[in-house]
Write a protein that binds this ligand. Structure first.
Ligand code: TMP
Ligand code: ASP
Length: 256
């Protein structure tokens, strides 16, 4: 499959034109960033793991009727997706207090929240992706009221599906971040679909027995062992992990 022009390079991924109109190829890099790019490291093997874990999760969600941009994985680092117009919001779902909500509201990390909480942040690196209200989103036209309904509904359903999926493999889904896009059908219809990735880069995942962090907080908080943690998540999900990746070293995820 031939990919086209490079369209955009983000912090962890590169987007290329896809082989057919209306498609894109997403390339998962090994770059890790935190605090809006202030902290940076190349972690060999991370891209391969996220490509594979995100594929697995999107497939599972699509099996449960969630609309997404995902078409198929192409190789160890790339996947084919539908081209969508990204809604400029990060949608965060939280089950347990951690990270910014713990700081902001003075909660103890690990405290169970009274129910799942949905937050919206405006996607703007220069501003540090600030938390915004539904009224601001509506007033500035970042998303329509219908799109807000769609995003909240999909986010909560995704939370139910993924909380159960991770609980079954001894992992607590503490919180996660989603991004959504507008899919324009040829007949002019617009549909809100899940986009971007869902991986240990965009979730907090804690081992249920030990509370060990199996996510990007290993990098954010200088805990080390990120690739081992992501490999463990992949292994528990049933994604086969071998030795050596497509750059010659690190983990290799074998087609399975
Ligand atoms: P927070 O507690 O730092 O607000 O993060 C909440 C969740 O969102 C956590 O699972 C990590 C994820 N996240 C991203 O995927 N990208 C980001 O830029 C940030 C800040 C958080
Ligand atoms: N989006 C943040 C950054 O790249 C990463 C994070 O904290 O997840 O700086």
């Amino acid at each position: 499959m031939v990919k086209g022009r490079r369209l955009y390079e983000g912090k962890a991924k590169i987007l290329y034109e896809g082989p057919e109109p209306g498609t894109l190829v997403v390339h998962f890099k090994d770059d890790a960033t935190a605090f809006n790019g202030e902290k940076f490291e190349v972690i060999e093997g991370k891209g391969v793991l996220n490509n594979r874990i995100s594929e697995f999760i999107f497939q599972r969600l699509m099996d449960m009727g969630i609309p997404t941009h995902f078409i198929k994985r192409l190789n160890m680092r790339e996947q084919l997706v539908k081209k969508v117009e990204i809604i400029p919001l990060e949608v965060i779902v939280r089950n347990i207090a951690a990270g910014s909500i713990a700081k902001r509201l003075g909660l103890k990390e690990g405290e169970k929240l009274p129910r799942a909480i949905v937050e919206f942040c405006y996607k703007d690196d220069a501003l540090g992706d600030p938390l915004v209200t539904e009224d601001q989103i509506n007033a500035f036209g970042w998303a329509s009221p219908q799109e807000m309904d769609d995003m909240i509904h999909i986010a909560l359903r995704t939370n139910d599906i993924l909380s159960g999926m991770f609980a079954a493999i001894g992992i607590r889904l503490v919180d996660f971040k989603l991004e959504f896009g507008r899919e324009y059908a040829p007949d002019g219809m617009v549909r809100t679909v899940l986009a971007d990735e869902i991986s240990p880069d965009s979730c907090r995942l804690w081992d249920m027995k030990t509370d060990e962090k199996l996510d990007k907080d290993r990098f954010r908080r200088d805990l080390g062992g990120l690739v081992d943690a992501y490999t463990e998540v992949a292994r528990r999900l049933g994604i086969k992990v071998g030795g050596g990746n497509d750059k010659g070293s690190g983990p290799k995820l074998v087609k399975g």
